[in-house]
Write a protein that binds this ligand. Sequence first.
Ligand SMILES: Cc1cc2nc3c(=O)[nH]c(=O)nc-3n(C[C@H](O)[C@H](O)[C@H](O)COP(=O)(O)OP(=O)(O)OC[C@H]3O[C@@H](n4cnc5c(N)ncnc54)[C@H](O)[C@@H]3O)c2cc1C
Ligand code: FES
Length: 446
Amino acid sequence: MFESLRNIQNPFARSLTAALTACSVVTFASAIAIATTQTKGSSAYKTALYSALVGSGCGALFGLVCTENRKLKRLNHASQNTQSIEKEKAITWHDWRNFLVTRKVKESEEITSFYLQPEDQGEIPNFLPGQFLTIKLNIPGQTRPVIRTYSLSDYSESAGYYRLSVKREPMPSGLEVPPGLASNFLHDSIQEGSTIQAKPPSGRFVLNVEKTLPAVLISNGVGITPMISMAKAMTRLTPERLIWFVHGARDGQFHAFRDEVRAIAEQNPNLMIHYAYSRPRAEDAGHYHSVGYVDSNLIQSLVKQEAEYYLCGSPPFLESILTGLKNAGIPENQVFFEMFTKASKVTVDHVVETHFKGSVGESEVIFVKSNKTAFWNNELDNLLDFAEANNVEPPYSCRQGICGTCMCKILEGEVEYQAKPVTDIEPGSILICIARPKTSRVILDL
Ligand SMILES: Cc1cc2nc3c(=O)[nH]c(=O)nc-3n(C[C@H](O)[C@H](O)[C@H](O)COP(=O)(O)OP(=O)(O)OC[C@H]3O[C@@H](n4cnc5c(N)ncnc54)[C@H](O)[C@@H]3O)c2cc1C
Ligand code: FES
């Protein structure tokens, strides 16, 4: 009862409710006392009346005191938040830190999880659900370290580990190119006890856990990784929030985290699951809800109310659902997505925001540290491709303006961005993976 009272926001309404409740309880108790003791006379009724009045007064006061409790609670909460932000700042690190792989777990036919704990056994900061780690691998035969980004696929406050879940990237069919460098190295050569270097958690594709609007988590393949983290965070922090967990896989063999999501749903009655298998096997019966791909028609048939949409998966999957949601009139500020691989050029409005309208046709680009000068003529997409074509090898990972790995200082000139950068850019720096020269001369600290 006290909890329901505390849930009334308006202090006057809360005070009135408490007063009326106390008055009713005292009146009822007095009536029972008068009836059972068979007391007669006006003094008994007067006592009952005064008791009801005193009870109402106490109730009204109690309602107001509850206000103070609520304020106190809010203040405590705010101060705890500030303390935890301060703590996170104190235990975070800059640049690279060594992590030990403490567990390696096969999650599906092509996805394996790696549990990482800091080699120095120090504390690690928590992260926002949806963020990623940038890791650096020294792969034999490579002239420089290979840097890649992987979403944090678990969520637990102060668990002391990070989990990354990596899909083995095969050679694309019909192309004579090597299979994925980092993912295959992780699967084949990184074992429990190996060391990996990582930067602190980062990324802006994050779930706002303060919100109450229903959340629709949509993924295919390895795009499930940030969704696990988001579903777990909501289950822990806002269990009253409605969640749809919609995931597409080829079949049960390629469906990672099925048991883990089931375990989350067992704790959270507000989590609704829909699995679409494109090529289900006989033994998958009972483990999926529809045959085919996850598309915007499926989403609209499941979600009938206003919601926020979080998407992660392959470029064609995202492009089709983003277009469908847009056509269905879902406001852009309620749709958030992350793409693990670079999108094709022809894409939906959500992805590409500007088309290098301001870029110059020709520009002299000077790579100061490499002591090289080259002439940009719009043949290549961006300054990262241009640097590589001129044998300058800057570090990179996502090539989409998400991770910040390619950030470098611009010493002279200006650039135009192909897409809105997703990561924070330090003053005086640019993300060369999504930039083109805007002035006739650009000097880069590379
Ligand atoms: C924010 C973010 C989060 C991510 N989270 C995850 C995650 O949780 N899990 C996950 O598995 N991945 C994730 N990724 C993707 C990940 O960062 C890597 O891109 C992925 O593992 C592939 O890297 P790789 O080194 O194995 O492949 P690469 O060596 O980069 O190759 C990629 C593909 O290109 C092919 N290829 C190689 N050479 C050529 C060529 N010359 N021409 C054409 N094709 C070629 C390869 O065969 C391979 O299929 C994420 C990416 C981003 C940006
Ligand atoms: S490589 Fe990730 S932002 Fe440029």
